[in-house]
Structure formats: structure tokens, C-alpha cells
Write a protein that binds this ligand. Sequence first.
Ligand SMILES: Nc1nc2c(ncn2[C@@H]2O[C@H](COP(=O)(O)OP(=O)(O)OP(=O)(O)O)[C@@H](O)[C@H]2O)c(=O)[nH]1
Ligand SMILES: [Mg+2]
Length: 215
Amino acid sequence: MNQKSRPSSTPVIRLVESFYVKSAVEPADYPASAYPEFAFAGKSNVGKSTLINLLTNHHGLAKTSSTPGKTRLLNFFLVRYKVDEQETQGFMQFTDLPGYGFAEVSLSEQEKWRKMVTKYLEQRSQLRSMILLADIRHPADKKDLLMLEMLRLRKIDHCIVATKSDKIPKTKIQKTAQVLAKDLGLGSVPIFPVSALNNTGFEPLLEWMYQRCQA
Ligand SMILES: Nc1nc2c(ncn2[C@@H]2O[C@H](COP(=O)(O)OP(=O)(O)OP(=O)(O)O)[C@@H](O)[C@H]2O)c(=O)[nH]1
Ligand SMILES: [Mg+2]
């Protein structure tokens, strides 16, 4: 949405400062601050760490790699945001979750992942919403469907970010995202196509996040 078509009531939010806080596995080690938290989840290599860096405009904040399985721990970040050009500001937290579905991960590693993420979803009371990433080029994945099922069962608010939209023709992005949404059974849950390469699609996602911070 460009500036002209934006309803005047929709605030522009910018993430102006961001810090790596810590990495953790066990709840006792999670950072204590109680700001609204957004967790980024999805298959290995889907673009979680890249999205965090783009949203915060902080290159290298979250470690990215073309080798799947780079992120192995829960990585916590603190983010300061500003609203419009006013003095309004606030804080939110991001958690970069380790990716799943990486074929070369042993069964015991997968079990560690499952325990770590389940505990996080069960015990992180400041978790406001989950941002689940899926590659726009790929059909609905069984592991993503399981994650969505877990979110629904636990009544965790969520949206889908369809990554790497630069890999398909521009004219097909909306249609492909809608097909993916249907296949994932999203119903009224929003899907936001984004491209880190072209730096597109982030604004509606940021607005969605800001609404959650206000709730
Ligand atoms: N073309 C394109 N490449 C992207 C995009 N987003 C991420 N990538 C690339 O995809 C690869 C994986 O990105 P990461 O952000 O490290 O993925 P991740 O989901 O954090 O991966 P794990 O930490 O292994 O779970 C990197 O080579 C990124 O440059 C995108 O929107 N477009
Ligand atoms: Mg990562």
C-alpha cells in the first residue's frame, strides 16, 4: 500500500533500534522483560533470520545462512519502535526460533527442537503472536500444518509470511499466496507475501504487529 492509498487512521510504524538480548533453551534462561513478543517460526532456510534483519533494518542482527539449520537456539531480541513521526514509541521483543524440517538433523536433535519449542509456546506468557513463515513457491507443507495445528490448539494468535516472493512473477504473487492460504486452511488468518531481496511486503506485516502491541 502506498502513502496515497493508506487510510489516514493507519499508523506508520518503524522499528528504529534493535538489540540482541540472549540465546536460551530453557524457560529459566529466557529474558525477563515483559514487552509483547513475536516469535518467528518456520522450516529451515525459509528466511526467518533474514526477515528479522529486514524488519529491524539491522543487518547481521540475526545470523543468516544459505546452509539450513543455522539457528539452533531460541534467540531473543529487543526492538524499539516509533509510530508515525510523532513522539509515540514503544518496545517489542522478537524470538528467532530454530527452523524445522531440515533433513540432515538427527532424531535426537529433532526431539530437542520439539521440547524446546513446546516449552516456549507453553510457558512464554508474553508471547503475543507467532509469525509463521512459508516459502511462497512451495505447496502447503506437512510440518507447517502441524505447527498451525499446535497454534490453533493453544489459541496462539498468528499470521503467515509467504517468503521469497521475488522468486515468482510479480503478477502471480497475490494469487499464489491465496492458494497457499487455502491449502494451509488459514480461514481469516492473514498471509503477507514478502521479498527480502526486493524489500517488499513488510508494511502490512508491521501494521499487523503494531495492532497486536496495542491489544
Ligand atoms: N531470494 C530470496 N532469498 C531469501 C529471502 N529471504 C531469505 N532468503 C535467503 O534464504 C537463505 C536462508 O535465510 P535465513 O534467514 O538464514 O533462513 P532461516 O529461516 O533463518 O534458516 P534457519 O536458521 O536455518 O532455520 C539465505 O540465503 C537468505 O539470503 C527472500 O525473500 N528472497
Ligand atoms: Mg535462522
